[in-house]
Design a protein around this ligand. Structure first.
Ligand SMILES: Cc1cc2nc3c(=O)[nH]c(=O)nc-3n(C[C@H](O)[C@H](O)[C@H](O)COP(=O)(O)O)c2cc1C
Length: 217
C-alpha cells in the first residue's frame, strides 16, 4: 500500500447475494493477510450463496467460521457488523475509511444503492461513502443486464461510484479459476491504490498460453 496517511484506515467490504461469493472471500483473505483492517458487511443472501457455492454454513458463528474457512487466525483486524446496526461505525461519515467495495454486488443491492435507500447497513455505509466523497466500488455479477440495471449503474457512476462487472480478462494468461478470481480482486485493489501482486500485468513477463481442450484435439 502507498506510504501515506490512508495506510491505517479501515477498508469497508460488503459481500451481497450475487453469484461469485468467492470474489468477496478472496478479497477479504488478501486484505487480512496483508494486515489491512477490514469492516465487513455480509447480506443474508450472501450467506445463502456461500452455502450454495462453498458448502459454507456460517450460522451464528459468522466471524469465526469465515476466518477458519479462509485459513486465517482469529487475531486478524476484522470487524463484522450486523446489517441492522445503524449505530455501527461505518454508518457515520465521521468514521474515516479508505473507501468501500461491494463485491460481488447483486442487482438488488445495486438498485438500493442507486436509489439511495438505507434499508440495511450495506446501503447506509455506501451512501455515507458517497456523501463523504470517498471511493465506492460496486462490482456487479449478472448477465445479461436489463435496462433498469444499466440505468442504475449509470446513476451510481454519475454519483461518483466506480462501477464494474466481475469480468476477468485473459491477457494475463490464466491457468486456473483461481487466477481469474485473483485478476478481478487485483483490479479492485488497484482502484484503491492497494499494492498487490495478484495477477500478471500487461507487459510483465508472459507465460505460455493455456491450451483450451479443443486445441488438444
Ligand atoms: C445461488 C444464488 C445465486 C444468485 N446469483 C445472483 C447473481 O449472480 N446476481 C444477482 O443479482 N442476484 C443473484 N441472486 C439473487 C440475490 O441473492 C437476491 O436478489 C437477493 O435478494 C439479493 O440480496 P442482497 O443484495 O441483500 O444480498 C442469487 C441467489 C442465489 C440463491
Amino acid at each position: 500500500m502507498k506510504d501515506n496517511d490512508q495506510e491505517k484506515l479501515p477498508f469497508v467490504v460488503a459481500i451481497t447475494g450475487a453469484s461469485g461469493a468467492i470474489y468477496g472471500l478472496r478479497l477479504l483473505q488478501y486484505l487480512l493477510e496483508s494486515g489491512q483492517p477490514v469492516d465487513l458487511l455480509l447480506s443474508k443472501a450472501a450467506q445463502r450463496v456461500m452455502k450454495e457455492e462453498h458448502d459454507l454454513e456460517l450460522g451464528n458463528e459468522v466471524e469465526s467460521k469465515l476466518l477458519a474457512y479462509l485459513k486465517l487466525p482469529q487475531a486478524v483486524p476484522l470487524k463484522l457488523h450486523p446489517l441492522n446496526d445503524y449505530g455501527a461505525s461505518v454508518a457515520s461519515g465521521s468514521y474515516r475509511t479508505m473507501g468501500m467495495v461491494v463485491l460481488p454486488c447483486s442487482l438488488g443491492s445495486l438498485g438500493a444503492l442507486a436509489a439511495g435507500l438505507t434499508e440495511n447497513l450495506i446501503h447506509r455505509a455506501a451512501a455515507v461513502t458517497l456523501k463523504e466523497r470517498r471511493k465506492l466500488m460496486v462490482v456487479v455479477r449478472e448477465m445479461p443486464f436489463g435496462h433498469i440495471q444499466l440505468k442504475n449503474m449509470l446513476s451510481l457512476s454519475e454519483a461518483g461510484a466506480i462501477v464494474a462487472c466481475a469480468s476477468p480478462g485473459f491477457y494475463h494468461r490464466p491457468e486456473s479459476v483461481g487466477d481469474q478470481i485473483d485478476f478481478v480482486v487485483g483490479r479492485v485493489l488497484d482502484q484503491f491504490d492497494f499494492d498487490n501482486k495478484l495477477f500478471k500485468r500487461w507487459k510483465e513477463d508472459s507465460r505460455p498460453l493455456v491450451q483450451s481442450p479443443r486445441q488438444n484435439h
